[in-house]
Design a protein around this ligand. Structure first.
Ligand code: GLN
Length: 500
């Protein structure tokens, strides 16, 4: 049963409710994220922004890396809860409430409040982020041509929130201190909650829980896990993964050990779901979706240098003077969101036009192209690093061009992937698959941190060059494999028409 939605500017009206809710949520997320490392590294005696935690930058970056990864990894349980227990609509509501609580706790100055607040934000984002994205997909019937464009509009909401946050939160902190900044993130999340509650009447059935009563094939996650023991091949694979995880626990940080064990149990679950799916069509679509997530990890693993290595590069190795004014480093972080807002509809328009002319590009092609374009963006960073090696400074134009290419690449992969998931995932596992997608982006973040750290050993020039070569090759490989991969989608994108 698919809902009938009134239209506004050619899109279902519910899209705008989800757009605004996500815009407020991303404002609070990115606003808080922008403060995190700075707050942790500020001395305990403080400055005019108040006392910080007095950590070393290594300690702060380590926590930051785990935090930004966990918020996305928790999308997996967030998605599972929606699929099997309460539906996406209620999961988003629960997430929004938990986020309000989390930010409220962060207003307090005690250290327990800091950890509790972060923990609540992780849980809140895990419940909200994947499920609100799946709900966007739920606004459209299968084959509706408006879906891709809808996701691009939704993506503008995400970046509008992030742009506003990065522009406003810094000023609030400078005037009223750290905890006012955290508080602002909380107040904004309350707007998001009110907005969502108000919008319920426009969302109609979208995101409601549909219990699979009477479905003979319905199996719980527990049953799926227990079936693992009756399929020796799978069990061997899982045990091997588990041994590797435990080994990881001993050789790396304990956090990695836990992460590997978590990922092993998710891999086991996905294997069993694959086995249980009742037709080859569903199995193939499920598989191609998982394969496309490899592109997602690689993309974010390179892209997310933005907040780390490229940020530091901007700070220390770039000439930021413009007409006698030194542009603050943080302002470069707003370029990405700004470019998204400028170009999202334009790029979506190109794809839509091609589709109407019968020359449509598949999502898989767009995603591979996105990796290549983003990879080319790093070529400008190679030029920057070469200029720095020759003259001891580098022009900011390289950064602007790099961010421009990164953003165009992001627009080819990120909103496209969200939409692709809602086309291909089996309905009863739609939120789980969205969760796995976000977890893949979270792993990409972690990879980015590891690659970025290695720059201190190999130098920026080597790292940027390596990223260009690696990403372009991967993108080309996926394009070379496009035909067999597309076959696995069983025409999920070939029947798209204007439907209402
Ligand atoms: N910037 C986007 C967002 O916040 C993408 C993040 C991601 O997929 N990890 O939604």
């Amino acid at each position: 049963l698919k809902p009938h939605q009134k239209e506004l500017f050619g899109q279902p009206i519910g899209l705008y409710i989800l757009f605004l809710t996500e815009m407020w949520e991303r404002f609070s997320y990115y606003g808080m994220r922008a403060l995190l490392v700075l707050y942790m590294t500020t001395a305990t005696i403080g400055d005019d922004r108040g006392a910080g935690l007095g950590w070393t930058s290594q300690e702060a970056l380590a926590l930051y890396g785990w935090y930004t990864m966990l918020v996305y990894v928790m999308s997996i349980p967030g998605g599972m809860i929606a699929d099997k227990l309460i539906g996406q609509k209620k999961a988003v509501l629960a997430g929004a409430i938990v986020l309000c609580l989390g930010h409220a706790v962060l207003v307090l100055t005690d250290i327990w409040a800091f950890y509790t607040g972060l923990g609540l934000v992780i849980l809140g984002v895990g419940l909200l982020k994947p499920n609100i994205s799946t709900m966007v997909g739920g606004l459209y019937k299968e084959g509706d041509i408006r879906r891709d464009k809808g996701f691009s509009i939704f993506y503008i909401g995400i970046n509008l929130g992030s742009l506003l946050a990065t522009m406003i939160v810094g000023g609030v902190v400078a005037k009223w201190g750290w905890h006012a900044g955290f508080g602002l993130a909380g107040v904004v999340m309350v707007f998001g909650l009110i907005n969502y509650l108000y919008g319920q009447k426009y969302l109609k059935e979208v995101g409601n829980f549909v219990p699979n009563v009477g479905d003979k094939n319905e199996v719980s996650y527990g049953q799926l896990y227990s079936k693992l023991f009756s399929s020796p091949k799978q069990l061997v694979i899982v045990l091997l993964l588990l041994v590797t995880s435990v080994y990881g626990w001993y050789t790396l940080e304990w956090g990695f050990g836990l992460l590997f064990i978590f990922l092993t149990s998710i891999t086991a679950l996905l294997m069993m779901i694959y086995k249980e799916l009742d037709s080859q069509l569903f199995k193939d679509r499920f598989l191609v979706l998982l394969l496309s997530f490899i592109m997602v990890i690689i993309f974010w693993g390179a892209f997310e240098q933005a907040g780390g290595l490229m940020n530091l590069y901007t700070d220390t190795k770039t000439d930021r003077m413009l007409f006698g004014w030194e542009i603050p480093t943080v302002m470069f972080q707003s370029l990405n969101a700004g470019f998204i807002i400028l170009f999202a509809t334009f790029i979506a328009g190109i794809w839509a036009k091609r589709k109407l002319n019968g020359k449509e590009a598949s999502s898989l092609f767009k995603m591979a192209l996105g990796i290549i374009i983003m990879g080319f963006g790093f070529l400008f960073m190679v030029f920057a690093a070469m200029e720095f090696e020759n003259s001891g400074t580098s022009s900011m134009i390289w950064l602007v061009l790099a961010y421009l290419f990164h953003t165009i690449g992001e627009l080819c992969i990120s909103p496209v992937a969200l939409s692709f998931i809602t086309k291909l995932a089996p309905v009863k596992y739609a939120s789980l698959m969205m969760g796995v997608y976000f977890a893949a982006t979270g792993l990409g973040n972690k990879v980015a941190g590891i690659v970025g750290e290695s720059a201190s050993e190999y130098g920026e020039l080597a790292i940027f060059t390596g990223i260009v070569i690696f990403t372009v090759i991967i993108g080309l490989l996926f394009i070379a494999m496009l035909k067999p991969l597309k076959r696995l989608t069983h025409g999920a994108e070939e029947s798209e028409r204007i439907l209402k």
